[in-house]
Design a protein around this ligand. Structure first.
Ligand code: GLU
Length: 476
């Protein structure tokens, strides 16, 4: 794409995110919000939020709350208060009336039957249907009878959108029809509302999904009729699933809050993942907020659909978990424990984080890995752990108990020396000792490093758990 469309640095850039609150903030919407936010922040401009709540039947308060919450969680702060589109209906109507006065719009009394008849005629002639209102050139209709207000669209020539992502896209004006601006009940249409709001909010760049590209031509007709400055458009390709099909729930595409509340994803990981959906900077995969702001331009947005891949999100999340502060991770993973945790338990969780976080791809795995800390004696063994406690294990555990009991300083090095000595004197590999020990201490076959486990549990609890398994006959 030609770089000449990029604004000069420091120019007043205003972008907006304009979600319809008919559902939660989904991946596609969050990505659109992110790109608008980054573009504004990169250029030192403004990022505005407009809630397009004109569909009264489908817009809901919980959806609005989820959108605002999801944006805050991702750190996509908007400038000023959010704008509610429905509240601006009178202003939208005012513009339609201005267009009536300037001759760019007209009142139309066509009935549904007349429109249906025209459509059938076009179908019979195998022509695409474009409304042809007899009222386009008449002004003698009965004002007290129900009617709509239509734009008097240009029929000759063509309209070109110079799009920062799609390039120049042209449609013949004959393809665009005299769309409705005000319905017969006086309410504005979506197409009118978007244009008026973008203008009044001073939006300079409209960055949105390419499913809106067709709307851009119609919106430009209104903008030109009003003689308003034209925004620069950037229609970004949609997101597909890892298999190349249009993104759906089947691909693990959820509302943003589900990544937080159900999958235990950190916001910086989802931020990074969303950024890489359709935008790139060389080979960089791990990109933090500051870098993203510095690097983001629309030149980096490709024309082909991006692919959403849960595995990639997992690996990014693992990276950000390893980089995250332990106290924060403890706070965030505590809700994933299967019980209400106490302050003391959360402190233990925090102390354990160094041992827990190297392996975890999400907060659920941290909570799961931490579960052994909070079990009560005698531990319930799962089947895998039970299997590790048969045979030689009993005698090894007995020796371990004696050796560990003799350790003066309960620290990793001393514990490792003691366990290694048991293995040596029994003539077995370290693993042959570590596995039953792990089972006895955690009730499972996998856990953080065994010396970390001993340290975190402490002397008394560790020795107690080992003793429980020495005395318990296997299978019980
Ligand atoms: N409200 C529209 C949507 O949620 C977006 C309109 C726009 O960005 O122009 O798809």
């Amino acid at each position: 794409m030609s770089a000449s469309f990029e604004p000069a640095h420091g120019a007043a850039i205003v972008t907006r995110f304009a979600p319809s609150p008919t559902g939660f903030l989904h991946i596609g919407g969050a990505r659109t919000a992110l790109f608008n936010w980054l573009f504004a922040r990169h250029h030192g401009g403004k990022f505005l939020l407009r809630i397009e709540d004109t569909d009264r039947a489908r817009s809901t308060e919980p959806a609005i709350a989820a959108i605002l919450d999801g944006m805050r969680w991702l750190g996509l702060d908007w400038d000023g208060d959010e704008v509610y589109q429905f509240a601006r209906a009178a202003r939208h109507a005012e513009v339609a009336h201005a267009m009536l006065e300037s001759g760019h719009a007209y009142r139309c009394w066509m009935s549904q039957d007349e429109i249906a008849a025209q459509r059938e005629e076009a179908q019979a002639a195998k022509k695409p249907y474009r409304i042809r209102s007899p009222w386009r050139n008449r002004t003698d209709g009965p004002l007290d009878q129900p009617h709509v207000v239509r734009i008097r669209a240009e029929r000759d020539g063509a309209t070109t959108v110079r799009d920062l992502v799609q390039g120049e896209v042209t449609v013949q004006n004959a393809e665009l029809d005299d769309m409705i601006l005000l319905r017969s009940d006086g309410t504005p249409t979506y197409m009118l509302a978007v244009v008026v709001d973008d203008h009044d909010m001073g939006v300079t760049h409209v960055i949105r999904g390419d499913d809106h590209l067709n709307n851009a031509f119609r919106q430009l007709t209104i903008i030109r009729a009003m003689g308003w400055p034209e925004p620069t458009y950037a229609h970004i390709p949609l997101i597909h699933g890892a298999d190349g099909a249009k993104l759906s729930k089947r691909h693990g595409a959820l509302g943003v809050e589900a990544y937080r509340d159900e999958l235990g994803v950190l916001p910086e990981a989802l931020f990074n993942h969303l950024l890489r959906l359709g935008w790139g900077h060389g080979d960089a995969e791990i990109i933090n907020r500051a870098q993203a702001i510095e690097w983001f331009t629309l030149d980096g947005v490709g024309k082909s659909p991006s692919r959403f891949d849960l595995k990639k999100l997992d690996s990014l999340n693992g990276h950000y978990i390893r980089a995250a502060d332990d106290a924060r991770l403890a706070e965030l993973s505590a809700p994933f424990l299967p019980f209400e945790s106490t302050l003391e338990q959360r402190e233990l969780l925090q102390r354990s984080m160094r041992a827990l976080k190297p392996r975890a791809a999400n907060l659920l795995e941290i909570a799961d890995g931490a579960a052994f800390l909070f079990r009560t004696r005698p531990l319930e063994m799962d089947a895998d752990a039970q299997a590790l406690l048969g045979g030689d294990a009993q005698s090894l555990l007995g020796q371990l108990h004696a050796a560990l009991d003799a350790v003066a300083d309960w620290n990793t090095e001393a514990l490792e020396t003691a366990v290694r000595q048991v293995a040596e004197s029994a003539g077995v590999k370290l693993g042959a000792v570590a596995q039953p020990l792990r089972a006895a201490l955690t009730g499972r076959r996998t856990s953080p490093g065994i010396f970390d486990v001993l340290v975190l549990l402490g002397r008394e609890e560790s020795l107690g758990r080992i003793a429980d398994q020495v005395t318990a006959s296997p299978g019980e």
